[in-house]
Design a protein around this ligand. Structure first.
Ligand code: SAM
Length: 275
């Protein structure tokens, strides 16, 4: 008998993947966690029945949420990742030689442990000597660490449960205060097809706090609609001013100098969200 995993990506739309086996399932203090092996996308991390990452398409999200900012900042040394318990963002960040320390603040230690065990190709840098893991609420962490970071990456779940506050104006103000004077942040900000009003509100909030706000896009097959947004707030550097001929070569599968520029080209229906 065929076994299928189903995620209701909206109330009226389902993504369904054929499952080979369930590798892990547990109820943590924060969420239901599962790692399943699918035919199409390989191993998949699922939280509260929502796909977080898969071995097949994770590279798009993890490269885009990190390299755009790390190649925009003049010398990123200290980076904070909030969420991202699978370790994919951390793996990309430590590819940058200027980075001296990555603080990884994930609220749910069980996500880190399951990723280490079942998703080694994604979590492989979590034991890197530059990485300091803090199991705590990212909202609390930024409130207590002012002017500490060059870059902050908000690699969160959807804006419900413990991640809800990671999409609030008050949190963006705390992020501003946690960044050094030339710092910047990038957050995953959901689907332009299904979360337009959220994206519009985030853009307004971030623009009211940071001198520069930029929205950019990536294509992630397992996320609702495929097309995904990332929002950057920056105190000084503009990703569009980067001389892309000077971006250092590194092993990536989606991000490259041309994509650094093209990801800021917004189709009109996305652009109107920023008006
Ligand atoms: N790429 C994914 C997506 O958009 O579906 C996100 C992946 S990552 C696994 C998201 C992580 O954020 C989860 O492990 C969750 O536990 C963590 N998280 C949620 N709220 C948090 C908070 N307030 N502080 C720190 N981590 C949080």
């Amino acid at each position: 008998m065929d076994l299928w995993f189903e995620e209701f990506q909206t109330n009226d739309m389902v993504i369904s993947c054929r499952v080979l086996r369930t590798l892990h399932q547990e109820k943590t203090p924060f969420q239901n966690l599962a790692v399943i092996e699918t035919v199409e996308f390989g191993r998949m991390l699922v939280l509260d029945n929502v796909i977080q990452t898969t071995v097949k398409d994770e590279f798009v999200y993890h490269e885009m949420i990190t390299h755009v900012a790390l190649n925009t900042h003049a010398k990123p040394e200290k980076v904070l990742v909030i969420g991202g318990g699978d370790g994919g963002a951390v793996r990309e960040i430590v590819k940058h030689r200027s980075v001296e320390e990555v603080v990884h603040c994930e609220i749910d230690g069980a996500v880190i442990e399951a990723s280490k065990k079942y998703l080694p190709e994604i979590s492989c840098a979590l034991d890197n000597h530059k990485v300091k893991i803090v199991v705590d609420d990212g909202i609390k962490y930024v409130r207590n660490n002012k002017k500490s970071f060059d870059i902050i990456i908000i690699d969160s779940t959807d804006p419900v449960g413990p991640a809800e506050g990671l999409f609030s104006a008050a949190f963006y103000q705390d992020i501003f205060d946690s960044l050094r004077d030339d710092g910047m942040f990038v957050a995953q900000t959901e689907s332009p097809f299904f979360n337009g009003s959220l994206i519009r509100r985030i853009n307004k909030d971030v623009s009211g706090i940071f001198p520069l706000t930029r929205l950019f896009l990536g294509n992630i097959p397992t996320y609702p609609g495929g097309l995904w947004t990332f929002t950057m707030g920056s105190k000084k550097y503009d990703p569009l001013d980067v001389d892309i001929t000077k971006i250092k070569e590194m092993e990536t599968k989606y991000y490259c100098p041309a994509v650094h520029q093209s990801c800021f080209v917004l189709p009109p229906f996305v652009k109107t969200l920023l008006d």
